[in-house]
Design a protein around this ligand. Structure first.
Ligand code: 13P
Ligand code: SF4
Length: 326
């Protein structure tokens, strides 16, 4: 007797079985099948950030990565529709780089505490206060803030972007901790802004000390949005893609990722032999994106990302300047 009717997409479930119990799988499988059919019908691709849950990351995404990889890949997409499984600024970046394509975000309320921390007027004031100092803006910002900036950066290329400017002083907004962590790696003086990631600011040095005591030999990897003292206490710090590469290359037997929870889930699926200690924090914005919402986005072609053309032209320049830095 055929088993497929009893156990839809067993191959996919085998991948995510530690995260999704067998009893719940039929519900996920129904959405996954519908999304696959809708992608064909709409000529759509799904770009998913590393913080998306495993059923999105491993079961329906076409392209996965950190903010930098998603921005780069967005320039090469050969489809009519891009669904961005991530937060709103990521969908805006994809739209900036694909003005003629339809870019959908499954939940437009998927924001970011960093993007919320600064307005275009704040950037104009900074420029007035520090005339001639270039403004480097983290991609975790609105298109309107990018439009007021000179160049963008991600956590994956912040150092290279700053060094590419060849100046001794820059303004780096809005993540104070990322700016301080980058300043520690470069000889450049960085004027910061007091924005923080609500997920990474919660990690502390006490937690790092406890991890080392409770789990001897643990290798601790921290995202650079963590406070500088946490980054200093960790064994490695890098963007979500750099963390993935570190695990792929070094395969530490016991490790802890000081970042969003789905990151460990997604990497653990790829490296089942490694022991992941999970002192993670959830990003409530990333978690707004679900399989059901991705399915509805493709069924209804909502919610489409729109950016005023004048703002888009100025913001695109900042993003393209960043992409030109290698
Ligand atoms: P990455 O660019 O490292 O993927 O980080 C994006 C982000 O929002 C981290 O909180
Ligand atoms: Fe923003 Fe932090 Fe969530 Fe990343 S993890 S999207 S920086 S709130």
């Amino acid at each position: 007797m055929a088993t497929t009717a009893l156990a839809p997409r067993e191959d996919l479930h085998a991948k995510v079985r530690h995260q999704i119990p067998a009893i719940e799988w039929p519900v996920f499988a129904a959405d996954i099948e519908a999304i696959k059919a809708l992608k064909k019908r709409r000529n759509a691709v799904i770009l998913a950030h590393n913080y998306q849950t495993p059923e999105i990351f491993h079961c329906v995404a076409d392209i996965v990565g950190d903010s930098l990889a998603l921005a780069r890949q967005a320039t090469e997409v050969d489809a009519d529709v891009i669904v961005l499984a991530g937060v709103h600024f990521m969908a805006e970046t994809a739209k900036l780089l694909n003005p003629r394509k339809t870019v959908l975000i499954p939940d437009p309320a998927a924001g970011c505490s960093l993007a919320e921390s600064i307005t275009p007027e704040d950037v104009r004031q900074l420029r007035r206060r520090h005339p001639g100092v270039p403004i480097v803006t983290y991609v975790n910002t609105s298109a309107a803030v990018k439009a007021e900036s000179d160049i963008c950066c991600t956590s994956g290329n912040a150092r290279a972007v700053i060094e590419s400017l060849g100046v001794s002083r820059v303004i780096m907004i809005p993540d104070e901790y990322l700016a301080k962590n980058v300043a520690a790696e470069t000889g450049v003086e960085i004027i910061t802004w007091a924005g923080h990631c609500e997920v990474h600011e919660r990690f502390g040095v006490e937690e790092v000390a406890e991890l080392r005591e409770d789990y001897p030999g643990v290798v601790i990897l921290a995202h650079p949005e963590c406070p500088p003292e946490v980054v200093r206490a960790a064994d490695f710090s890098g963007s979500t893609a750099a963390i993935s590469r570190y695990v792929a290359d070094k395969r530490p037997e016991r490790l802890a990722l000081l970042t969003e929870c789905s990151m460990s889930d997604n990497i653990a699926i790829q490296y089942p032999g490694l022991e992941f200690i999970r002192p993670c924090n959830l990003c409530p914005h990333m978690k707004r994106i679900t399989l059901g919402k991705i399915r509805r986005a493709l069924e209804t072609m909502q919610h489409e990302v729109m950016i005023d053309p004048l703002t888009a032209a100025r913001a695109r320049r900042s993003v393209e300047r960043m992409l030109a830095v290698r």
